[in-house]
Design a protein around this ligand. Structure first.
Ligand code: T5A
Length: 210
């Protein structure tokens, strides 16, 4: 991967890992350098995909079948790719996305135990050749993730009520993906103080543009 080919960056990690906080840092970095980019998120990023996001995060009186959840995530993603990601990349802009398909491998594949094969099948169907060029994983232990969510307060969404075994599987899946393709992933220890996390992030971004 040459630096000039990097365009599509995704930020991953568990609840409270600091994705939103550090996405703002990445946005500032790009703005200060006058680089054109689109910042977006999943599930969501378009009017319709945000409606699907609500369906996914809200509690319902009936349970959402894991396979239905998976299909909704890829429906939102198909719309997001068509309306936001592809047009931005085609226009020569960078795309910085808060979560993408690595989250599906982690949460649906392993958290919900649907397995990676189903995710892979839909990934190929929906994304075709599209893959992030760089995925930054903000890694925190399960207990710290839970503590940050609790500290934030407010109502827990449909994922946040899952138990620690679910989140341990999610974390393990992120590690396995990073280990399997180190050239595509940058894993940052996000249990460090924010300034240290951002110093590592800065190093990664500077190397990208070097
Ligand atoms: N999902 C998503 C799937 O199941 N499959 C999929 O394919 C996709 C795409 C979406 C949910 O959808 C699921 C996964 C998720 O459950 P989301 O909108 O991405 O959720 O939101 P969350 O991960 O729930 O977002 P959070 O806001 O909880 O976490 P963030 O964004 O990682 O954390 P952030 O930046 O808001 O920080 C949380 C708190 O920690 C502090 C911050 O100040 C803040 O208070 N903090 C730190 N404190 C100390 N040291 C640091 N280094 C800190 N970094 C942040």
């Amino acid at each position: 991967m040459t630096n000039s080919s990097v365009k599509f960056i995704t930020i991953e990690g568990m609840e409270g890992a600091g994705k939103s906080t550090n996405l703002s840092y990445v946005i500032d970095f790009f703005q200060q350098r006058g680089i054109e980019f689109a910042a977006t998120r999943e599930p969501g990023g378009t009017e319709i995909s945000e409606k699907i996001r609500h369906l996914l995060l809200e509690h319902h009186t009936e349970t959402l079948a894991p396979l239905a959840e998976l299909m909704l995530i890829f429906a939102a993603r198909a719309q997001h790719i068509d309306k936001v990601i592809k047009p931005a990349l085609d226009a020569g802009q960078w795309v910085i996305c808060d979560r993408f398909t690595d989250a599906t491998y982690a949460y649906q594949g392993e958290g919900r135990q649907l397995g990676g094969k189903k995710v892979e099948l839909l990934e190929r169907f929906v994304q075709q050749e599209l893959q992030p060029d760089l995925t930054i994983i903000l890694d925190v232990p399960v207990a710290l993730s839970a503590a940050r969510v609790e500290q934030r307060g407010g109502e827990l969404d449909r994922f946040e009520v899952e138990d620690s075994d679910f989140f341990q599987r999610v974390r393990d899946a992120y590690h396995q993906r990073a280990d399997a393709a180190p050239e595509r992933y940058a894993l940052i220890d996000a249990s460090q103080p924010l300034l240290k996390v951002q110093a590592e992030l800065l190093g990664i971004l500077e190397r990208l543009l070097d």
